[in-house]
Design a protein around this ligand. Structure first.
Ligand code: G3H
Ligand code: 13P
Ligand code: ZN
Length: 331
């Protein structure tokens, strides 16, 4: 069934687990996520970015998610809009039937320019007012995602700030977070702690100076009732990088957020964990390997099936690591 983000995250907070929020834009991703959730009795957050809407078109996206709900009626599903850039973008998603929206006011409407605190409060507050009137949840963001190593936001043409960010911008301030939640009444708060979108998060396995789990702890201590969201949470599996590069890919050395660090986050109030890149890497690795090893094969279902299997394995591993397992039937 389709439920609101608030209802799902309240349950996660009560039982102290986290929920991976996977980005979706096609059938194979949706099926991999739902099959893994069904096999492990895990609740599901399916989220669509502006890029996903551009790729698949809003009607196809909406019906993919509705199809997932129809085929897996025993699994609670949140249909979430990722990184909305304005209240009107969020309003359109609400009209389309999303049960949750993210108003990312950490950046201006261009999705690139870091905004002022007052701007962020204003657009987020307006979105909450509108969404709550429709029974829809809202995620806000305070602080800009970016690498504490380089000051860069990561993904070039994806979602993220342009130019170099200061350390202050890349670490959410706990006092400001308390004021922000109080003024906006958001249901969940995305925080910045040194992660960034995409595959190129860290040039070495992250240590405390570049991945600030301590900061999450400090925020959680200040606002223990607020559900925290960790963006840029792909772990960038080294096994998949090796397979991609073995079968013709060219991805330079890079590191993501170790699952153990996410588990620390979950111990400190993180309830929603955004993952996109890991499923992309697994799908690409599986397809490259399959096509290299089966050069005469040309039925797309064959390589799409192996990509679904590879994504399924990641989803199942995350449900298990975040303690999401066993909760779907209890919500
Ligand atoms: O929000 C970040 C996600 O990785 C979305 O990426 O805009 O390429 O769909 P996308
Ligand atoms: P990754 O690029 O680390 O998968 O993060 C995705 C994300 O935060 C979507 O909002
Ligand atoms: Zn994000």
């Amino acid at each position: 069934a389709l439920i609101s983000m608030r209802q799902m995250l309240d349950h996660a907070a009560e039982y102290e687990y986290g929920i991976p929020a996977f980005n979706v834009n096609n059938l194979e991703q949706v099926r991999a996520i739902m099959l893994a959730a069904s096999d492990t009795d895990s609740p599901v957050i399916l989220q669509a970015s502006a890029g996903a809407r551009k790729y698949a078109g809003a009607p196809f996206l909406r019906h993919l998610i509705l199809a997932a709900i129809e085929e897996f009626p025993h699994i609670p599903v949140v249909m979430h809009q990722d990184h909305g850039t304005s209240p009107s973008v969020c309003q359109r998603s609400i009209q389309l039937g999303f049960s949750s929206v993210m108003m990312d006011g950490s950046l201006m409407e261009d999705g690139k320019t870091p905004s002022s605190y007052d701007y962020n409060v204003e657009v987020t507050r307006r979105t909450v007012e509108m969404a709550h009137a429709c029974g829809v949840s809202v995620e806000g963001e305070l602080g800009c995602l970016g690498s504490l190593e380089t000051g860069l936001a990561g993904e070039e043409d994806g979602v993220g700030a342009e130019g170099v960010l200061t350390k202050e911008q890349m670490l959410t301030n706990p006092e400001e977070a308390a004021d922000f939640v109080n003024k906006t009444q958001v249901d969940a708060l995305a925080i910045a702690c040194g992660t960034s979108h995409g595959a190129y998060k860290f040039t070495r396995p992250p240590t405390d100076d570049i991945l600030a789990i301590d900061r999450i702890k400090a925020i959680h201590q200040r606002i223990p009732q607020t559900h925290l969201v960790m963006h840029g949470s792909s772990s960038v599996p080294q096994e998949w990088l090796a397979i991609i590069n073995e079968f013709g890919g060219e991805i330079p050395e890079t590191y993501g957020v170790p699952v153990e660090q996410i588990q620390q986050g979950i111990k400190n109030g993180v309830r929603k964990v955004n993952i996109d890149t890991d499923l992309r890497l697994a799908a690409t690795g599986a397809i490259r390997q399959f096509l290299a090893q089966n050069p005469s094969e040309f039925d797309p279902r064959k390589f799409l099936q192996v990509s679904t299997n590879a994504m399924y394995d990641i989803c199942k591993a995350r449900y298990e690591a975040f303690n999401t397992v066993g909760h779907a039937s209890k919500i």
